[in-house]
Design a protein around this ligand. Structure first.
Ligand code: ZN
Length: 413
């Protein structure tokens, strides 16, 4: 799948020896150095292409854009893979309800997503794979899991679909750290089917759904059908990054079941963990409620752009919030982002400036210390303010500051 155009990237400036990106690993809860080898491998779960790109999506992809930028500043080679869930129940339902072909809906929404990502200056993945174009990878992985006895057919003569026996997977539950009660509480609302007759365990997840009339399907050794959600990401991630890659990411609503199931499938299939660390971006609400497709309260990046918002102001509005804390969007967020962008641009173009060296250092330290973009923003605010009372221009300071803001935060001045 074609991704989107890359923003221009300043070349990395030398980092202090031993500098590392520290992130709070979602599985262990510990602050750990992530991507510490010469190449850093990242997988972030992509969109299901409908209702793209709401601010929750944008917040997630910006979080991992900071990860990529930090790694590049540290001189790492970054290998980034992202999928698109371009065949799935919600997509098919939406296509039916609005009366368009599901492929057409997916193409339109993927194109909109690309435009939003490019406008926000998100660095694109090197490997951008749709599920439909990756079915061979998916069926190969399912085949391996069948051989290993990890997969069974439900006891349903009409539709004996294939399920993954997650409970028997080594380490199942260790990513989320959740107990049965917590898992069962959200499984149904996040695409699971705990009450499906014929399953061996309520939490077992669908891995291959046999063909139904009126639904797309593809031939496979397990019968014509289409894959379940989790195994798609597992197969795509393993194919491009191998096992035990550096970081698996997504929104916090993917912790369970999605990432837990992906991790369990990979562990069983390869004998190794899927990823060495996990990071989850917090949820973005609207007026105190969760922003979600089902509630119909989405704010879309494309709406804000159409209404004239500078994408860099949208970027700043989102970066003002730490990735780990749920928050609620309001129009004041965008106003703050616009005002901040204006202050910064004025300071960059002013005839006088404050020295930039300590601010540039503070930006890097804030991002490397668990992606505290909010603290980086505060440091730049203080620099811009100090410039107002500066009596002279410090040679190169404004260019140095603009370069750091672009390199670490992705905000073009
Ligand atoms: Zn995924």
């Amino acid at each position: 799948m074609r991704s989107w155009p890359a923003p221009s990237l300043p070349s990395p400036s030398p980092s202090p020896v031993g500098a590392a990106l520290l992130l709070r690993d979602g599985a262990s809860g510990r602050l750990v150095a992530v991507g510490d080898g010469p190449s850093a491998r990242l997988y972030v779960c992509g969109i299901t292409p409908y209702d793209a790109t709401h601010l929750g999506h944008a917040f997630t992809y910006l979080t991992f854009d900071l990860v990529q930028r930090a790694w590049r500043q540290l001189g790492r080679e970054v290998v980034y893979t992202q999928n698109i869930t371009d065949v799935d129940d919600p997509l098919l339902e939406r296509a039916r309800s609005v009366g368009v072909d599901w492929r057409e809906l997916a193409q339109d929404q993927i194109e909109l997503f690309r435009q939003d990502m490019a406008a926000l200056r998100v660095i694109p993945p090197q490997h951008y794979l749709g599920v439909v174009e990756s079915l061979d990878l998916v069926t190969d992985l399912i085949g391996r899991l069948v051989e290993l006895g990890a997969v069974y057919q439900v006891d349903d003569p009409k539709h004996p679909d294939w399920y993954f026996a997650c409970r028997r997977a080594p380490g199942f539950g260790s990513l989320s750290g959740w107990d049965d009660r917590q898992m069962e509480a959200v499984f149904a609302e996040r695409g699971g089917d705990p009450d499906r007759p014929g399953k061996r365990d309520p939490l077992d997840c669908l891995i291959w759904r046999l063909a139904r009339p009126g639904e797309p399907s593809w031939d496979s050794p397990f019968g014509a059908g289409r894959p379940g959600w989790h195994v798609e990401c597992t197969a795509i991630a393993l194919s491009r990054l191998g096992p035990a890659f550096d970081l698996q990411g997504g929104g916090s609503d993917l912790i369970f079941p999605h990432h837990e199931m992906c991790a369990a499938e990979a562990q069983w299939a390869t004998g190794q963990p899927l990823a060495q660390a996990y990071l989850h971006a917090a949820m973005v609400g609207l007026a105190g409620e969760k922003m979600s497709k089902s509630r119909g309260n989405l704010v879309l990046v494309s709406q804000l752009r159409r209404a004239g918002a500078d994408p860099m102001a949208v970027r700043l509005a989102l970066l003002a919030h730490h990735y780990a804390t749920d928050w609620s969007w309001s129009p004041a967020d965008l106003e703050d982002g616009q005002a901040r962008l204006q202050r910064w641009r004025q300071a960059i173009r002013a005839p006088r400036s404050a020295p930039a060296e300590s601010t540039v250092q503070a930006i890097g330290q804030a991002v490397l210390g668990d992606l505290r973009a909010d603290r980086a923003l505060a440091a730049v605010d203080a620099w811009a303010e100090a410039g107002q009372t500066a009596s002279q221009d410090v040679a190169g300071a404004r260019a140095e500051l603009a370069r750091a803001v672009d390199a670490w935060l992705g905000v073009a001045m």
